[in-house]
Ligand binder design. Structure first.
Ligand code: 7RM
Length: 633
């Protein structure tokens, strides 16, 4: 079902709220189910317990391949654009991809992977990464993709949390001018895990790697001579499709669990509608498969919808800042989906790097990951879309599986920095801190969702209580997003950012507690506090206030900072690197020992006065000391 007009949108929206079961079953009917569901949705948000397409049986890859091969076998499924512009792009048809997936499924089975087993995918943006995800899904295994920029420690944590049996990786990764060792990180991680039986290594950079006898095997050797025919394993609609780890306000990252039937229906539906994907179009999402955007809108959504999806190995600034636009011209991209941080970074290079390229194929522009500021919105609209492409500012989360609030391209009138209206089936509600609904328009508060949608998270892996406490316990019978939002006089939603201790750095989600925990691991650190601060390109930067052991004197400060950054790199990865580190003698604390983050956030923003009531601090004089010290951060 595709919505073509604003009237059509309101009509479908009404239907989806009045009779969600009828609405979603008519969409799910377009898929191939080995056995139809008994009930569309069965749910409560108290436990929570959410089931979609109850007792339905299917395989998601049968819906990508078998269901579509007849009509799309020769159509390109994936256009892979390598890091080096001089290396040839690959066009992989639906039939070729099908054969690769079947073949690799046979390898997984041969290596002892069974339905329900967890498989870690730690790979760069190469076609094998998509093949790996789909082969897991085909044999009923649960993939957990770990962004290949995470450190060995972060990788080991995830392997241990889900007790994975296998790792799929590559020798290395080409990223701009850099050649990154990937397999070596896996080797380090596996020194701290016990569950991995097999590591399969795709060859990409041909750099030297160590292969452990009996554990490690090359992808090309494992697949050699293996049949390209495979019958998909039947799974239940509510069987796990994947786990994806994401940061929260406390503790270690949580394994967000997505299941099969609902995720399939929702990602495909939202992909087609939000981007208004049409037959023969070329769609490009610049995300990495290590994030939810890569899962839902490079791999599953587009392929379920029979689209041609571009997958790019490199970075936006290599060999120069015109690379995105060169690729748009080269592959005649029609829908382009990226993050505000990339837009702002490229904006800084000026218009000369865009000018050489023909961007006339573009029809729709998308934005995701963080609020898009008005200036970036206008630049994107005027200089990339040449004023003729609608911008879809898509709001969603790892936990929501798919886009929840967004314009429908060319249908919903847009407004800069507004995610606009909920998609059909999505019932947002804004509540105050006591959980009272703020009705009507022109209100601002905590963004919650009051009715389930098919691709919502079902649990956090191995810890259902944590899922309940994080998302369903703040406000009774509501899913709490962690975001603040405003609904304006037109009923449009504007996302105001996180209301918890999660920050958004270049569109990457980071828990301030997670960064603090890493910093605190440093032997010379007594205590630390991490906050976000406004950053021109990244959206938010990371500001760390650190108390060191007495013997770190000010002449050591630069070395100490370097050493702290190395610790964060080791425990999380370069994406968590603090932009500013300030060594402080104390942190502002209340009598009960709580750090007053509100004050630290203000200082990091550059505020020097007006901190409100500081009388509850045990050490109010520290505020001025810290303000004075910001110049050295
Ligand atoms: C898809 C993704 C989720 C958090 C979310 C928001 C922020 C995402 C937008 C946005 C304003 C947007 N998943 N966020 N999209 N804020 N406008 N269009 O990013 O799990 O990594 O992050 O990102 O705060 O809660 S995520």
């Amino acid at each position: 079902m595709k919505i073509h007009s604003l009237g059509g949108y309101f009509h479908e929206y009404q239907k989806s709220v009045q009779n969600p079961e009828a609405f979603w079953s008519s969409i799910a009917d377009n898929f191939y189910w080995r056995k139809k569901w008994d009930k569309v949705v069965d749910w409560n948000f108290a436990e929570p317990n959410v089931n979609w397409f109850v007792n339905g049986k299917l395989n998601i890859t049968e819906n990508i391949f078998e269901r579509q091969l007849f009509t799309r076998g020769d159509q390109t499924a994936i256009i892979w654009e390598p890091n080096e512009p001089g290396e040839e792009a690959q066009h992989i048809s639906y039939r070729e991809l099908y054969e690769k997936v079947c073949q690799f499924s046979n390898v997984l089975i041969e290596k002892g992977i069974e339905k329900g087993d967890r498989v870690i995918i730690y790979m760069p943006m190469i076609p094998e990464a998509a093949v790996a995800m789909l082969a897991c899904a085909r044999v009923g295994a649960v993939h957990s993709v770990v962004f290949a920029g995470f450190s060995a420690t972060a990788l080991a944590d995830r392997i241990n949390d889900c007790e994975a049996k296998m790792v799929l990786t590559s020798d290395g990764n080409f990223r701009g001018k850099k050649k990154i060792a990937v397999k070596a990180v896996v080797d380090q991680a596996l020194e701290h895990t016990t569950t991995i039986e097999t590591v399969i290594v795709a060859q990409r950079t041909k750099q030297e790697v160590t292969m452990v006898e009996g554990r490690d095997i090359w992808w090309h050797e494992a697949t050699e001579g293996v049949s390209t025919e495979n019958k998909a394993v039947e799974v239940d609609s509510e069987d796990m499709l994947f786990i994806l780890y994401t940061s929260g306000s406390t503790g270690k990252p949580k394994g967000v669990v997505h299941t099969t039937g609902g995720y399939m229906v929702y990602t495909s539906f939202t992909f087609k509608n939000v981007f208004q994907y049409g037959e023969g179009d070329v769609y490009w999402c610049t995300a990495d498969i290590g994030w939810i955007t890569g899962h839902s809108y490079i791999v599953y959504g587009p392929l379920l919808a029979g689209a041609t999806s571009v997958m790019f190995e490199g970075v936006p600034t290599y060999p120069d800042a015109g690379r995105f636009w060169e690729i748009v011209e080269k592959h005649k991209v029609n829908q382009f989906y990226t993050a505000p941080t990339a837009i702002r970074a490229l904006q800084a290079y000026g218009l000369d790097v865009i000018e050489p390229y023909d961007l006339s194929s573009l029809k729709v522009l998308g934005s995701v990951g963080e609020p898009i500021n008005e200036e970036a919105w206008h630049w994107y609209h005027d200089h990339i879309g040449k004023g003729k492409c609608p911008i879809v500012d898509t709001w969603w989360q790892t936990e929501t599986g798919g886009i929840l609030i967004s314009p429908i391209a060319g249908v919903t009138p847009t407004k800069p920095s507004y995610a606009t209206l909920p998609l059909p089936g999505v019932q947002p509600i804004i509540v105050d801190n006591e959980g009272n609904e703020l009705k009507g328009n022109s209100v601002e508060g905590n963004l919650c969702i009051k009715f389930p949608w098919p691709s919502m998270l079902r649990t956090t892996y191995g810890d259902h209580e944590r899922c309940k406490n994080t998302y369903f316990a703040n406000f009774e019978n509501l899913y709490f997003t962690g975001d603040g939002a405003k609904r304006d006089e037109d009923g449009y939603y504007r996302i105001l950012g996180r209301v918890d201790d999660v920050i958004n750095v270049s569109g990457h989600r980071m828990g301030t507690a997670e960064v603090e925990n890493a910093i605190n691991e440093h032997p010379l650190v007594v205590e630390s506090a991490v906050v976000g601060f406004p950053h021109d390109i990244k959206g938010q930067g990371i500001y760390a206030y650190v108390i060191c052991e007495k013997d770190v004197d000010s002449s050591d400060e630069q070395n100490m900072k370097k050493s702290l950054i190395a610790t964060v790199n080791k425990l999380i990865g370069p994406i968590a690197k603090p932009d500013k580190i300030q060594i402080v003698p104390e942190l502002p604390k209340t009598r009960s020992g709580k750090i007053m983050r509100r004050i630290l956030r203000k200082i990091a923003e550059g505020t020097t006065s007006g901190f409100g009531d500081t009388s509850t601090l045990v050490n109010p004089e520290i505020v001025n000391t810290i303000i004075e010290g910001t110049k050295d951060a």
